[in-house]
Design a protein around this ligand. Structure first.
Ligand SMILES: Cc1cc2nc3c(=O)[nH]c(=O)nc-3n(C[C@H](O)[C@H](O)[C@H](O)COP(=O)(O)OP(=O)(O)OC[C@H]3O[C@@H](n4cnc5c(N)ncnc54)[C@H](O)[C@@H]3O)c2cc1C
Length: 446
């Protein structure tokens, strides 16, 4: 196992890893090096007014952690969703291995009792005035702002996919759509029906395609692909159209996955193919590849959409102004403090230049816990995010490759070759992770 060159000290991760490994036999703990926080975590006695935007993984984890590191703070969390979704469980829900109860919890039930919850949508952020405007509760002032509003799936940016009602009858699905207000995992439901269609092995052309990146949860298209290869019949033709050159954002895992996929003669992998258009009626897509449009036909198509920052961030002075990360939160990549507004921090999918996963979000939360406290005390911010992410790729019905890496390379939690798919990883992901997520991560305990 590798340690980060940025940290040589015994970290909280060492303790967590040991504790969790003991509890679960061998479960997923945050990678040693990613958060780099010291055991004597900073705390602040300031009575600061901390405002957290977003009630997803990042907002709830940050609220729990800041309740401890800044115990006298008045913490308010603004989010429209009364229900919280365990998004990592959506694949298992689609595969029929989880019921609804496994993936949903009331947002309030996950929050520390001292945290005030405002059920509303943020419309505007004014960092010059330290103020946030909501749709129906007026304005909120803050001393420290923590932004965790996630990203939006933008299927409308792919020509032909604007009307979701027409997808399924024309062979199109996606795992990504969900409706927090209605408490509906629409994507898991439609992918579940798609999996059932494949069971008989009668489907001809299966296509797994992606819109323009950076995508959220890079394991998702691969999970769908492996499932299709497992369930589709011997005469099926399966195509993966990846918007990037690599199958995953790390060379070692890319090589390992490429070697596994090469063994299947039914599969064609097209790298650098970005999905631009879907012709539902004729069941064909147009992908952009090296400035040309390539046509691919399908009987069944899974779409990973482009993602964008919500308007409240994208249209605020907090956003990156141009380039690939336009609209995302412009933070220092290590301290997670805003580059221009020192009292603004952020975490999760909305962070520019960071991977989009629950694992990355959890590591961000550890950094936020310490750095907000340090900043309030006027002390140096010692916690640094090292780019950790995890993509648990479900390579078969009973095995997973637990792809953990950061800016420095592999960042495996356990002393096993992480590029090898294993049953133990699948067992942990399927059976242990929902509990770990709701009872530990969402309470800021690991
Ligand atoms: C299908 C799928 C599978 C996944 N699989 C995995 C996996 O296996 N492993 C893994 O590590 N990660 C996985 N992820 C990714 C992981 O769930 C996300 O990275 C994580 O939830 C990001 O947390 P977040 O807080 O940034 O965003 P979210 O959890 O999406 O929360 C965003 C919050 O912001 C709120 N919000 C949005 N706009 C506003 C506004 N204007 N005002 C106020 N609040 C607002 C939303 O209501 C929500 O509460 C998966 C995701 C999906 C969709």
């Amino acid at each position: 196992m590798k340690r980060s060159s940025e940290s040589t000290e015994f970290t909280r991760r060492d303790c967590l890893k040991a504790g969790l490994a003991a509890a679960l036999g061998a479960a997923s703990a945050p990678s040693l090096e990613a958060a780099e926080t010291k055991l004597s975590a900073p705390s602040s006695k300031k009575e600061a007014n901390i405002l957290i935007l977003g009630g997803g993984s990042g907002g709830i984890d940050a609220a729990a952690r800041l309740s401890r590191s800044v115990p006298k703070a008045r913490i308010t969390l603004i989010a429209p969703n009364g229900e919280h979704l365990y998004q990592s469980g959506l694949f298992f829900r689609a595969a029929g291995l989880y019921d609804e109860k496994k993936i949903w919890r009331p947002t309030r039930s996950l929050l520390h009792s001292g945290v005030r919850l405002i059920a509303d949508r943020v419309e505007q952020i004014d960092p010059e005035k330290n103020s946030v405007t909501t749709a129906s509760h007026g304005d909120f002032a803050y001393d420290v702002l923590v932004v965790a509003v996630g990203v939006e799936a933008r299927f409308d940016l792919i020509d032909g996919l604007e009307d979701r009602k027409k997808w399924e009858e024309n062979g199109v699905v996606s795992l990504y759509p969900y409706d927090l207000a209605q408490k509906r995992a629409e994507g898991a439901d439609m992918v579940g029906r798609w999996f059932s269609k494949m069971e008989g092995g009668g489907v001809g052309r299966i296509l797994v395609a992606e819109g323009e990146g950076p995508i959220k949860a890079e394991n998702v298209p691969l999970d769908i692909l492996f499932r299709a290869l497992e369930k589709a019949g011997p005469k099926s033709a399966v195509t993966l159209a990846k918007s990037t050159r690599r199958l995953i954002g790390n060379d070692d895992f890319d090589k390992a996955l490429t070697a596994i996929l090469k063994r299947d003669a039914r599969l064609t992998v097209q790298r650098g193919y970005t999905l631009r258009q879907v012709d539902l009626e004729n069941r064909l897509v147009m992908c952009e590849a090296e400035d040309e449009m390539k046509e691919i036909s399908f009987d069944l198509l899974h779409v990973t959409p482009p993602f964008r920052a919500p308007a409240c961030v994208a249209e605020s002075p907090l956003a990156v102004v141009e380039g690939e990360w336009e609209g995302y939160l412009d933070l220092d990549e290590r301290t997670l403090q805003h580059k221009r507004y020192a009292n603004v921090f952020g975490l999760g999918d909305i962070v520019a230049r960071a991977p989009k996963s629950g694992g990355a979000t959890r590591d961000h939360a550890v950094v936020i816990q310490d750095n907000v406290a340090s900043w309030l005390e006027g002390a140096p911010m010692t916690a640094k995010y090292a780019g950790y992410t995890v993509a648990p790729v479900k390579t078969s019905d009973d095995k997973e490759m637990f792809a953990e890496y950061d800016r420095h390379g592999l960042s495996a939690t356990f002393p096993l070759d992480p590029t090898v798919p294993r049953k133990i990883y699948h067992w942990i992901d399927l059976h242990a992770m929902p509990w770990v997520y709701f009872e530990m991560i969402m309470r800021g305990l690991m």
